[in-house]
Design a protein around this ligand. Structure first.
Ligand code: BJW
Length: 248
Protein backbone atom coordinates (compact mmCIF):
# COMPACT_ATOMS: atom_id res chain seq x y z
CA UNK A 1 0.00 0.00 0.00
CA UNK A 2 1.29 3.50 -0.71
CA UNK A 3 1.94 5.96 2.09
CA UNK A 4 -1.08 7.97 0.99
CA UNK A 5 -3.41 5.33 2.36
CA UNK A 6 -2.82 4.01 5.84
CA UNK A 7 -5.61 1.55 6.51
CA UNK A 8 -8.29 2.30 9.07
CA UNK A 9 -7.50 -1.01 10.75
CA UNK A 10 -3.83 -0.06 11.24
CA UNK A 11 -4.74 3.32 12.71
CA UNK A 12 -7.20 1.68 15.09
CA UNK A 13 -4.62 -0.92 16.16
CA UNK A 14 -2.08 1.82 16.95
CA UNK A 15 -4.54 4.10 18.71
CA UNK A 16 -5.75 1.28 20.97
CA UNK A 17 -2.33 -0.33 21.55
CA UNK A 18 -1.01 -0.66 25.08
CA UNK A 19 2.48 -1.32 23.83
CA UNK A 20 4.19 -0.44 20.54
CA UNK A 21 7.69 -1.36 19.33
CA UNK A 22 9.58 0.45 16.58
CA UNK A 23 12.27 -1.85 15.19
CA UNK A 24 14.55 0.33 13.08
CA UNK A 25 17.42 -0.06 10.64
CA UNK A 26 19.71 2.02 8.46
CA UNK A 27 16.84 3.32 6.26
CA UNK A 28 15.55 5.16 9.33
CA UNK A 29 18.62 7.44 9.18
CA UNK A 30 18.96 7.58 5.38
CA UNK A 31 17.12 10.90 5.23
CA UNK A 32 19.59 12.25 7.79
CA UNK A 33 22.34 11.62 5.23
CA UNK A 34 23.75 8.42 6.73
CA UNK A 35 24.30 5.78 4.04
CA UNK A 36 22.52 2.40 4.25
CA UNK A 37 24.40 -0.91 3.98
CA UNK A 38 22.59 -2.83 1.25
CA UNK A 39 20.73 -2.03 -1.95
CA UNK A 40 21.69 0.27 -4.75
CA UNK A 41 23.28 3.04 -2.64
CA UNK A 42 24.49 0.69 0.11
CA UNK A 43 27.98 0.85 1.67
CA UNK A 44 28.50 -2.84 1.04
CA UNK A 45 28.31 -2.28 -2.73
CA UNK A 46 31.65 -0.49 -2.57
CA UNK A 47 33.27 -2.00 0.52
CA UNK A 48 33.45 -5.57 1.68
CA UNK A 49 31.89 -6.32 5.09
CA UNK A 50 34.37 -9.14 5.62
CA UNK A 51 37.26 -6.65 5.33
CA UNK A 52 35.79 -4.08 7.71
CA UNK A 53 33.03 -5.33 9.96
CA UNK A 54 34.56 -8.27 11.77
CA UNK A 55 37.11 -8.75 14.50
CA UNK A 56 39.68 -10.61 12.37
CA UNK A 57 39.68 -7.75 9.86
CA UNK A 58 40.33 -5.33 12.73
CA UNK A 59 43.26 -7.41 14.03
CA UNK A 60 44.67 -7.71 10.52
CA UNK A 61 44.37 -4.05 9.64
CA UNK A 62 43.33 -1.96 12.67
CA UNK A 63 44.20 1.37 11.06
CA UNK A 64 42.03 0.73 8.01
CA UNK A 65 39.02 -0.30 10.13
CA UNK A 66 39.58 2.62 12.52
CA UNK A 67 39.81 5.07 9.62
CA UNK A 68 36.53 3.75 8.20
CA UNK A 69 34.75 4.20 11.54
CA UNK A 70 36.24 7.68 11.92
CA UNK A 71 34.85 8.60 8.52
CA UNK A 72 31.39 7.35 9.51
CA UNK A 73 31.65 9.02 12.92
CA UNK A 74 32.21 12.33 11.16
CA UNK A 75 29.15 11.81 8.93
CA UNK A 76 27.09 10.95 12.01
CA UNK A 77 28.36 13.97 13.97
CA UNK A 78 27.32 16.25 11.12
CA UNK A 79 23.87 14.67 10.78
CA UNK A 80 20.69 15.50 12.66
CA UNK A 81 17.59 13.41 13.40
CA UNK A 82 14.96 13.54 10.65
CA UNK A 83 11.17 13.87 10.74
CA UNK A 84 10.82 10.11 11.21
CA UNK A 85 12.98 10.06 14.36
CA UNK A 86 11.02 13.00 15.79
CA UNK A 87 7.67 11.32 15.01
CA UNK A 88 8.75 8.17 16.91
CA UNK A 89 9.83 10.30 19.88
CA UNK A 90 6.44 12.02 19.79
CA UNK A 91 4.61 8.67 19.83
CA UNK A 92 6.19 8.10 23.26
CA UNK A 93 4.18 11.07 24.53
CA UNK A 94 0.77 9.96 23.22
CA UNK A 95 0.79 6.15 23.61
CA UNK A 96 1.02 4.19 26.88
CA UNK A 97 4.26 2.34 26.12
CA UNK A 98 6.67 2.82 23.23
CA UNK A 99 9.97 0.99 22.82
CA UNK A 100 12.59 1.69 20.17
CA UNK A 101 14.71 -1.32 19.23
CA UNK A 102 17.38 -0.13 16.85
CA UNK A 103 20.11 -1.77 14.84
CA UNK A 104 21.60 1.67 14.25
CA UNK A 105 24.72 2.87 16.01
CA UNK A 106 24.15 6.57 15.33
CA UNK A 107 22.38 7.87 18.46
CA UNK A 108 19.76 9.70 16.35
CA UNK A 109 16.75 8.26 18.21
CA UNK A 110 18.20 9.55 21.46
CA UNK A 111 18.98 12.93 19.95
CA UNK A 112 15.37 13.14 18.69
CA UNK A 113 14.11 12.65 22.25
CA UNK A 114 13.17 8.94 22.43
CA UNK A 115 13.82 7.61 25.94
CA UNK A 116 13.09 3.91 25.84
CA UNK A 117 15.75 2.68 23.42
CA UNK A 118 17.58 -0.63 23.04
CA UNK A 119 20.66 -0.71 20.84
CA UNK A 120 21.28 -4.13 19.32
CA UNK A 121 24.47 -3.37 17.38
CA UNK A 122 26.22 -1.01 19.80
CA UNK A 123 26.96 2.68 19.57
CA UNK A 124 29.65 4.45 17.57
CA UNK A 125 30.17 7.02 20.35
CA UNK A 126 31.66 4.35 22.62
CA UNK A 127 35.02 2.61 22.27
CA UNK A 128 36.82 0.04 24.36
CA UNK A 129 40.18 -1.64 24.73
CA UNK A 130 40.21 -5.19 23.38
CA UNK A 131 42.76 -6.23 26.04
CA UNK A 132 41.63 -4.74 29.37
CA UNK A 133 38.07 -3.68 28.36
CA UNK A 134 38.47 -0.10 29.62
CA UNK A 135 35.84 2.10 27.99
CA UNK A 136 36.82 5.27 26.14
CA UNK A 137 34.02 7.52 25.01
CA UNK A 138 34.33 11.19 24.20
CA UNK A 139 38.05 11.23 25.08
CA UNK A 140 39.03 9.48 21.86
CA UNK A 141 40.49 11.78 19.25
CA UNK A 142 39.55 11.23 15.62
CA UNK A 143 42.97 10.15 14.38
CA UNK A 144 43.83 8.06 11.32
CA UNK A 145 45.59 5.38 13.32
CA UNK A 146 43.84 2.97 15.67
CA UNK A 147 44.56 4.33 19.15
CA UNK A 148 46.09 2.31 21.97
CA UNK A 149 44.94 1.97 25.55
CA UNK A 150 47.21 2.76 28.52
CA UNK A 151 47.71 -1.02 28.80
CA UNK A 152 48.95 -1.20 25.20
CA UNK A 153 45.84 -2.89 23.82
CA UNK A 154 44.06 -1.74 20.67
CA UNK A 155 40.95 0.39 21.10
CA UNK A 156 37.95 -0.53 18.94
CA UNK A 157 34.49 0.96 18.43
CA UNK A 158 31.79 -0.56 20.64
CA UNK A 159 29.74 -1.90 17.73
CA UNK A 160 28.70 -5.47 16.93
CA UNK A 161 30.61 -7.02 14.05
CA UNK A 162 29.69 -10.17 12.13
CA UNK A 163 30.26 -13.31 14.18
CA UNK A 164 29.97 -11.39 17.48
CA UNK A 165 27.26 -11.79 20.08
CA UNK A 166 24.80 -8.97 20.54
CA UNK A 167 24.83 -7.24 23.96
CA UNK A 168 22.70 -9.72 25.90
CA UNK A 169 20.92 -7.19 28.13
CA UNK A 170 19.82 -5.19 25.06
CA UNK A 171 18.75 -8.28 23.13
CA UNK A 172 16.81 -9.88 25.99
CA UNK A 173 14.98 -6.63 26.76
CA UNK A 174 14.20 -6.19 23.04
CA UNK A 175 12.91 -9.76 22.80
CA UNK A 176 10.71 -9.17 25.81
CA UNK A 177 9.29 -5.94 24.35
CA UNK A 178 8.74 -7.58 20.94
CA UNK A 179 6.95 -10.60 22.40
CA UNK A 180 4.66 -8.43 24.50
CA UNK A 181 3.67 -5.63 22.16
CA UNK A 182 0.39 -5.07 20.32
CA UNK A 183 1.88 -3.30 17.31
CA UNK A 184 5.37 -3.90 15.92
CA UNK A 185 6.74 -1.43 13.35
CA UNK A 186 9.59 -2.49 11.07
CA UNK A 187 11.19 0.68 9.72
CA UNK A 188 13.99 0.97 7.15
CA UNK A 189 15.60 -2.42 7.56
CA UNK A 190 16.28 -5.11 4.97
CA UNK A 191 15.57 -7.65 7.75
CA UNK A 192 18.40 -9.96 6.68
CA UNK A 193 20.76 -9.68 9.65
CA UNK A 194 20.19 -12.11 12.49
CA UNK A 195 19.55 -12.44 15.37
CA UNK A 196 18.14 -8.87 15.17
CA UNK A 197 15.63 -9.82 12.44
CA UNK A 198 14.38 -12.75 14.55
CA UNK A 199 12.50 -10.18 16.66
CA UNK A 200 10.10 -9.60 13.75
CA UNK A 201 9.16 -13.30 13.75
CA UNK A 202 9.01 -13.41 17.56
CA UNK A 203 6.54 -10.51 17.57
CA UNK A 204 4.44 -12.16 14.84
CA UNK A 205 4.43 -15.49 16.67
CA UNK A 206 3.06 -13.80 19.81
CA UNK A 207 0.26 -12.11 17.88
CA UNK A 208 1.53 -8.55 17.32
CA UNK A 209 0.13 -6.53 14.41
CA UNK A 210 3.05 -5.93 12.02
CA UNK A 211 3.48 -2.71 10.02
CA UNK A 212 6.42 -2.27 7.68
CA UNK A 213 7.69 1.10 6.43
CA UNK A 214 10.26 0.89 3.66
CA UNK A 215 10.96 2.27 0.21
CA UNK A 216 10.77 -1.30 -1.13
CA UNK A 217 9.66 -4.78 -0.10
CA UNK A 218 11.95 -6.85 2.14
CA UNK A 219 12.57 -10.40 3.29
CA UNK A 220 9.92 -9.90 5.97
CA UNK A 221 7.21 -8.27 3.82
CA UNK A 222 5.29 -11.50 3.33
CA UNK A 223 4.34 -11.71 7.01
CA UNK A 224 3.28 -8.07 7.42
CA UNK A 225 -0.25 -7.02 8.25
CA UNK A 226 0.42 -3.81 6.39
CA UNK A 227 3.35 -2.62 4.27
CA UNK A 228 3.64 1.10 3.63
CA UNK A 229 6.02 1.92 0.80
CA UNK A 230 7.74 5.28 0.95
CA UNK A 231 10.26 7.21 3.04
CA UNK A 232 10.18 6.81 6.81
CA UNK A 233 10.50 10.59 7.21
CA UNK A 234 7.30 11.08 5.22
CA UNK A 235 5.20 8.15 6.47
CA UNK A 236 5.86 8.25 10.23
CA UNK A 237 4.74 11.90 10.70
CA UNK A 238 1.63 11.11 8.64
CA UNK A 239 0.74 8.13 10.86
CA UNK A 240 1.44 10.24 13.97
CA UNK A 241 -0.90 12.96 12.75
CA UNK A 242 -3.69 10.49 11.98
CA UNK A 243 -3.31 8.68 15.31
CA UNK A 244 -3.37 12.02 17.14
CA UNK A 245 -6.63 12.92 15.35
CA UNK A 246 -8.09 9.57 16.33
CA UNK A 247 -7.16 10.00 19.99
CA UNK A 248 -8.38 13.63 20.16
C1 BJW B 1 14.45 3.15 3.67
C2 BJW B 1 14.82 4.46 3.33
C3 BJW B 1 13.96 5.46 3.77
C4 BJW B 1 16.36 3.17 2.59
N1 BJW B 1 12.84 5.15 4.45
N2 BJW B 1 13.34 2.86 4.32
C5 BJW B 1 26.08 -16.96 7.25
C6 BJW B 1 27.43 -16.65 7.24
C7 BJW B 1 27.99 -15.85 8.24
C8 BJW B 1 27.22 -15.34 9.23
C9 BJW B 1 25.88 -15.64 9.21
C10 BJW B 1 25.32 -16.44 8.25
N3 BJW B 1 24.00 -16.56 8.51
C11 BJW B 1 23.74 -15.84 9.60
C12 BJW B 1 24.87 -15.29 10.05
C13 BJW B 1 25.01 -14.44 11.20
C14 BJW B 1 25.17 -13.00 10.83
C15 BJW B 1 24.13 -12.61 9.78
O1 BJW B 1 22.98 -12.34 10.07
N4 BJW B 1 24.54 -12.58 8.51
C16 BJW B 1 23.63 -12.35 7.40
C17 BJW B 1 23.92 -10.99 6.75
C18 BJW B 1 23.82 -13.47 6.43
N5 BJW B 1 24.92 -12.30 12.06
C19 BJW B 1 25.90 -12.06 12.94
O2 BJW B 1 27.06 -12.36 12.72
C20 BJW B 1 25.46 -11.41 14.23
N6 BJW B 1 25.96 -12.14 15.34
C21 BJW B 1 25.65 -13.41 15.58
O3 BJW B 1 24.96 -14.07 14.81
O4 BJW B 1 26.18 -13.88 16.74
C22 BJW B 1 26.06 -15.26 17.01
C23 BJW B 1 27.36 -15.90 16.68
C24 BJW B 1 28.45 -15.67 17.50
C25 BJW B 1 29.64 -16.31 17.23
C26 BJW B 1 29.76 -17.14 16.12
C27 BJW B 1 28.68 -17.33 15.28
C28 BJW B 1 27.47 -16.71 15.57
C29 BJW B 1 26.04 -10.01 14.35
C30 BJW B 1 25.49 -9.10 13.30
C31 BJW B 1 26.19 -7.75 13.40
C32 BJW B 1 25.74 -6.80 12.30
N7 BJW B 1 26.60 -5.68 12.30
C33 BJW B 1 26.36 -4.60 11.37
C34 BJW B 1 27.51 -3.57 11.50
C35 BJW B 1 27.33 -2.76 12.79
C36 BJW B 1 28.40 -1.76 12.99
C37 BJW B 1 28.50 -0.77 11.88
O5 BJW B 1 27.54 -0.02 11.61
O6 BJW B 1 29.54 -0.72 11.25
O7 BJW B 1 25.09 -3.99 11.65
S1 BJW B 1 26.18 -5.14 9.67
C38 BJW B 1 24.91 -4.00 9.26
O8 BJW B 1 23.68 -4.72 8.97
C39 BJW B 1 24.64 -3.18 10.54
C40 BJW B 1 23.15 -3.08 10.52
O9 BJW B 1 22.65 -2.78 11.81
C41 BJW B 1 22.72 -4.42 9.99
C42 BJW B 1 21.32 -4.44 9.41
O10 BJW B 1 21.23 -3.62 8.29
P1 BJW B 1 19.93 -2.74 8.08
O11 BJW B 1 19.79 -1.78 9.16
O12 BJW B 1 18.77 -3.61 7.80
O13 BJW B 1 20.34 -1.88 6.77
P2 BJW B 1 20.26 -2.30 5.23
O14 BJW B 1 21.17 -1.40 4.49
O15 BJW B 1 20.42 -3.74 5.02
O16 BJW B 1 18.75 -1.95 4.83
C43 BJW B 1 18.27 -0.62 4.76
C44 BJW B 1 16.80 -0.67 4.41
O17 BJW B 1 16.30 0.65 4.46
C45 BJW B 1 16.53 -1.19 2.99
O18 BJW B 1 15.49 -2.18 3.06
C46 BJW B 1 16.06 0.04 2.22
O19 BJW B 1 15.09 -0.27 1.24
C47 BJW B 1 15.47 0.87 3.33
N8 BJW B 1 15.44 2.32 3.13
N9 BJW B 1 16.01 4.41 2.64
C48 BJW B 1 12.56 3.82 4.67
N10 BJW B 1 14.22 6.77 3.50
Amino acid sequence: MSAETISKNTLEKIASAKSVVFFTGAGMSAESGIPVFRGKDGIWNKLKPEELANFDAFLKNPDLVWEWYNHRKQIIHESVPNKGHFAIAEFEKILPEVTVVTQNIDNLHKRAGSKNIYELHGNIERNFCIKCHTYYNEEIELTDKAPRCKCGGLIRPDVVWFGEYLPQDQFIASENASENCDVFFIVGTSAVVFPAASLIYAAKEKGAYLVEINIESTEASRIMNESLYGRAGDILPKILEEVKNKLA
